[in-house]
Design a protein. Structure first.
Length: 574
């Protein structure tokens, strides 16, 4: 609506669909070479978990075969456990590597980038959403730098009243800040959801900008973080995308504060470790990332997948795929943990989190169809597989629980194996290894956080928040597992969940009872089996946790009072 700098006359930029059957290399891409040191880190980080899990599997097979017979059921059980457990040990290795990460100094850019800040909207409240982006743009305008910035509000809002509020807010901002470049447009049809929204802007106006900073409606970023990203992109002509490691803002409910604590303490260490072994084969999270516009246009146009949604049609989890296509075309994709002023919100309630997770599941399951796309880097294929395994692993874990929970007999007459078949020493070792691997990323994150912040932040309530987060995450893990299994099964059954706007409402007790009916029934069933002696004792806590799904969900959506909120470590939000 106003312009702080003159744009070129030609702003259109073609963004063709990329072929998923023919390899593509962008002629404009300088290409990247993986440094030998990063290759060593990858072998260690990805290989050692495989050694650990295979060793644990071999030991389990020896224990089960002590009676001179190894049944097919026991072999399948061990194979499933090894496959599911690999991803757990991988997170331990990644977190451990994150302890050794150190920030590098990025020199100021000699030649600045003309950057568009893209704010896609889909029915979110106009005032706070646009205000955050304007605050960022205003802060950037006051910093002495060679980079130039403009804000583009890209509306896909369907409600006419909400769209009028957005346009009014944009006009008001432009009038009050005549020195800022603020633009607003609303699409008549929201084709292909967020990826289509960004693509529409690239095709119409992307030619005027060197780079685009892609936000979510709930993104909050500091000017300092954006400048570090811009300097990094300007300094490396081979880099096509710079992704921050966003932290979760504390929000207003207990659930949001717990998620914020986990993000601040555990997520930061995991993100740093991932950045070290990923190198220029990193990933895109869909927001809080700076992208070279022409590289994106020439390399990352997403086609529709053959078939109908949810397995076909629009690629919902577009970010992983766009990163893979950028890397295939010869552009680097880099994670940048030192851009610390990068935040996002999380749903206020457990049902809100599950609904968003269900949409992510549908998108990530589509990635399995893309693993064989020609020309993808091996690590890009690994990222796509890992995204799907976030949800498929829940199916594996539930199957393992079913093997041990039911003490019936298959048609062959072979009993389902129980942990009691193992000697006491074997049981102790298995329990200890599993518990250690599950808790290790948290313990490593705590170690890293205390080392870094013991002199700069008050830690009076750190132990309280660590214990609360650990306890509630353990209690809620079975509930989340059940919902992820449901999401996988719905996707495989062809049920399309679509793309719904986030809901900020807190459900009442009746709605919570209806939402958590399945896991509550499973929990009651497990407790019934325990009462008649047909349940392995180590599964009793899972039955108790599932039975408590409704009160736990009610508890974590509790509004935090201001005095409670001060206990949160996530007070670093700008």
């Amino acid at each position: 609506m106003t312009a702080a700098f003159r744009l070129p006359a030609q702003t259109t930029l073609p963004m063709p669909d990329q072929s998923l059957t023919v390899q593509f290399v962008d002629p404009a891409a300088p290409g990247t070479q993986t440094r030998p040191g990063i290759l060593v880190l990858r072998v260690l980080t990805l290989g050692l978990p495989m050694v650990v899990t295979l060793g644990l599997g071999a030991l389990s097979l020896v224990w089960f075969a002590q009676d001179g017979h190894l049944s097919l059921t026991e072999g399948v059980l061990v194979a499933m456990a090894v496959f599911a457990f690999y991803w757990v040990v991988l997170s331990v290795a990644t977190a451990t590597l994150g302890l050794f990460w150190r920030a590098t100094i990025v020199p100021a850019a000699r030649q600045g980038l003309t950057t568009a800040i893209l704010l896609p909207m889909y029915g979110e409240p106009a005032l706070p959403t646009i205000s955050h982006a304007v605050t960022l743009l205003s802060g950037l305008s006051r910093v002495k730098t060679r980079h130039r910035y403009a804000l583009h509000i890209l509306s896909d809002t369907r409600d006419q009243g909400a769209a009028l509020a957005e346009a009014s807010m944009a006009r008001l901002v432009a009038a009050r800040h005549p020195g800022l470049s603020v633009h607003y447009r609303r699409r008549a049809q929201n084709l292909d959801f967020k990826s289509g929204n960004v693509r529409s802007w690239v095709q119409a106006e992307g030619g005027a900008y060197d780079a685009m900073l892609v936000l979510d409606a709930d993104s909050v970023m500091t000017p300092e973080a954006v400048i570090v990203m811009a300097d990094t992109l300007a300094a490396d002509p081979s880099c096509g995308l710079v992704q921050t490691v966003p932290r979760v803002a504390p929000g207003t409910t207990l659930w949001q504060h717990l998620q914020s604590f986990a993000s601040e303490v555990y997520g930061t260490t995991l993100g740093r470790g991932f950045a070290l072994w990923a190198g220029d084969e990193g990933n895109f999270l869909g927001h809080n990332a700076l992208i070279r516009t022409r590289a994106f246009a020439s390399s990352a146009g997403l086609p529709h997948l053959p078939g109908r949604a949810p397995r076909g049609g629009v690629i919902l989890s577009h970010d992983f795929v766009e990163a893979a296509l950028l890397r295939r075309a010869g552009w680097g994709v880099r994670m940048l943990p030192q851009a610390r002023g990068s935040f996002e919100d999380t749903p206020a309630t457990l049902p809100g989190h599950v609904r968003r997770d269900t949409r992510w599941c549908q998108g990530n399951m589509q990635h399995l169809r893309l693993l064989a796309v020609p020309g993808l880097h091996l690590l890009s294929r690994f990222h796509l597989a890992q995204g799907a395994m976030v949800y498929l692993s829940s199916v594996w874990w539930l199957a393992l629980l079913a093997f041990w929970a039911l003490q019936g007999v298959f048609a062959t007459g072979a009993p389902v194996p129980a942990l009691s078949a193992m000697p006491p020493v074997g049981q102790g070792v298995l329990y200890g290894v599993v518990a250690l691997m599950l808790l290790a990323p948290k313990l490593i994150g705590i170690m890293g956080y205390l080392t870094e912040h013991r002199r700069t932040r008050p830690l009076d309530n750190f132990a309280l928040w660590a214990l609360a987060e650990a306890a509630l995450s353990v209690l809620l893990a079975p509930t989340l597992m059940v919902h992820q299994v449901r999401a996988v099964l719905r996707t495989l059954a062809g049920v399309n969940g679509g793309w719904a706007p986030h809901s900020a409402t807190r459900p009442g007790l009746v709605a919570l009872t209806r939402f958590h009916a399945v896991e509550t029934a499973l929990g009651v069933g497990l407790l019934t089996l325990a009462a008649v002696g047909d349940l392995s004792p180590w599964l009793l806590p899972i039955g108790i946790s599932l039975s408590l799904a409704i009160p736990l969900s009610w508890l974590v959506q509790r509004e935090m009072r201001p005095v409670d909120a001060t206990l949160s470590l996530a007070a670093a939000r700008p």
